[in-house]
Design a protein around this ligand. Structure first.
Ligand SMILES: Cc1ncc(C[n+]2csc(CCOP(=O)(O)OP(=O)(O)O)c2C)c(N)n1
Length: 361
C-alpha cells in the first residue's frame, strides 16, 4: 500500500516521473495504456487552451470573472481518469480539466462563467455535482453521497477536490472525520497549488504536509507530486480500490502550482516573485507529460502543432456559439435553490429586479 510506504508526517512525497519526464520510480509505475496517456494529454491541452483563451475573452469584456486551472491539469485529469463512469465527483470551482474529462460540455463551462444558470446543467450520465464556490462545502456533499452509496450497498466511490486554503476550514475537518467515522467510500484530493488567493501555503498551517491532516481522522493519507500524472493515477487507483472494498476513505495531497491568477480579479505579481514563478513553471505537468511521450516515441512536434490548432479552433467555435445564446432570465438566478422560491428569495428577486430597472432607465 502506497499510503503505508510514504509517510506524510515525515514529509515523504510519492513521485513516479520527475520534472524532466523521466520515470524515476519504476516499481510504482501504474499499468496505463498509451491510448489513455494520449487521451489525458489531449484533455490537459484542451483545458489549458480554454483557460488561455478565456483570459483573453475576459479581458475583452466577453466573460465575467473566471478561475483558471492552468498548472493543475495533471492532478485533475489523472485523478478523474482513475475512476469509473458510475463513480461521483464533487468539486470546487477550479477543476476545469476534471470537468472536461468527465464529459461536462465546454459550452456549459463557458455559460457558467458568463453568468448563465444554464451552465450548471450537467448531462444525465455524468455523475458530477455543480460548481461549489463556498469553500469546503463540496467535501461534506461528497460524504453525503458516500453515505448514500453505503446504505444502498453500491460499489461506487466519490472523489472530492479542495484547495490548500480550504483545508483550514471546518467543513474540511468535519468531512474527513465523518467519512472516517462512517467508513464511507470517499477520496479527498487536496490540490495544494501553493496559494489561497494571496496567502501562501506556508501561512496556512504549521503542519509539515496537508496530507498528514488525515492522521487525526484516522484515514490513510499520502502526499503525491500532483504534476506527475502517473503518481496521481496510481495513488487514486489505490484509494478507489480501498473505497470499493469497504475499507473507507483516503486523503491525497497533490502538490502542484497555480500558474495563473487566482481569478481574473487577481494580480499574482503582487505576492509572487518572478524568480519563484519561473522556477515553478518548470514543474508544469503538460511539459513533463509531453517529454515522456516524446521519449516513448508516441509524440512529436508535428502532432503537437496539429493538436494545438485543432483545440484552438474547437475552443473558439464553442465560445462563439455560446455568445449567441440569450441571457439567463433574472428569475432563473433565484429559482433553483429550493423547489419553490422562499419568501426571502422572492423579496430579493423583486428588489434586484427593481434595482436593474432603475439602473437601466
Ligand atoms: C466560505 C468561503 N470563504 C471565503 C471565500 C472566498 N474565497 C474564494 S476562493 C478563496 C481561496 C481558496 O483557496 P484554496 O482553497 O487554496 O483554493 P484555490 O483557490 O487555490 O484553488 C477564498 C478565501 C469563499 N468562496 N467561501
Amino acid at each position: 500500500m502506497l499510503t503505508e510506504i510514504y509517510d506524510p508526517l515525515k514529509g515523504e512525497m510519492f513521485q513516479v516521473m520527475d520534472q524532466t519526464g523521466t520515470i524515476v520510480n519504476k516499481d510504482y509505475m501504474p499499468e496505463i495504456s498509451d491510448e489513455l496517456i494520449l487521451k489525458m494529454y489531449r484533455t490537459m491541452m484542451l483545458s489549458r487552451t480554454q483557460d488561455e483563451k478565456s483570459l483573453q475573452y475576459q479581458r475583452q469584456g466577453r466573460m465575467l470573472t473566471f478561475a483558471p486551472s492552468m498548472g493543475q491539469e495533471g492532478v485533475q485529469v489523472a485523478s478523474a481518469a482513475a475512476i469509473e463512469k458510475t463513480d461521483w465527483v464533487s468539486s470546487a470551482f477550479r477543476e476545469n480539466a476534471t470537468w472536461l474529462w468527465l464529459g461536462q460540455p465546454m459550452e456549459n463551462l463557458f455559460l457558467y462563467w458568463i453568468g448563465s444558470e444554464e451552465g450548471s446543467r450537467i448531462p444525465e450520465d455524468v455523475n458530477l455535482l455543480p460548481i461549489a464556490v463556498p469553500i469546503g462545502t463540496q467535501c461534506n456533499h461528497a460524504v453525503g453521497i458516500g453515505m448514500s452509496i453505503k446504505f444502498r450497498k453500491q460499489n461506487s466511490v466519490v472523489l472530492a477536490y479542495i484547495g490548500d486554503g480550504g483545508t483550514s476550514e471546518g467543513e474540511f475537518y468535519e468531512a474527513i472525520n465523518y467519512a472516517g467515522a462512517m467508513n464511507t467510500p470517499n477520496i479527498f484530493i487536496i490540490q495544494n497549488n501553493q496559494f489561497a488567493i494571496s496567502t501562501p501555503r506556508s501561512l496556512q498551517t504549521k503542519a509539515k504536509t496537508l496530507a498528514q491532516k488525515g492522521v487525526a481522522a484516522g484515514i490513510p493519507c499520502i502526499q503525491v507530486d500532483g504534476n506527475d500524472i502517473f503518481a496521481v493515477y496510481a495513488a487514486v487507483k489505490e484509494a478507489v480500490e480501498r473505497g470499493r472494498n469497504g475499507e473507507g476513505p483516503t486523503l491525497i495531497e497533490a502538490v502542484t502550482y497555480r500558474i495563473g491568477p487566482h481569478t481574473t480579479a487577481d494580480d499574482p505579481t503582487i505576492y509572487r516573485t518572478d524568480e519563484y514563478h519561473q522556477e515553478m513553471l518548470k514543474t508544469d505537468p503538460i511539459i513533463r507529460t509531453k517529454n515522456y511521450m516524446i521519449e516513448k516515441g508516441i509524440w512529436d512536434d508535428e502532432k503537437e502543432t496539429s493538436l494545438k490548432e485543432e483545440l484552438e479552433n474547437l475552443v473558439e467555435e464553442t465560445f462563439k456559439k455560446i455568445e449567441q445564446t440569450p441571457d439567463t432570465s433574472l428569475e432563473d438566478i433565484f429559482k433553483y435553490t429550493y423547489a419553490e422560491m422562499t419568501e426571502n428569495l422572492k423579496e430579493q428577486y423583486e428588489e434586484y429586479k427593481a434595482f436593474l430597472q432603475r439602473r437601466d432607465k
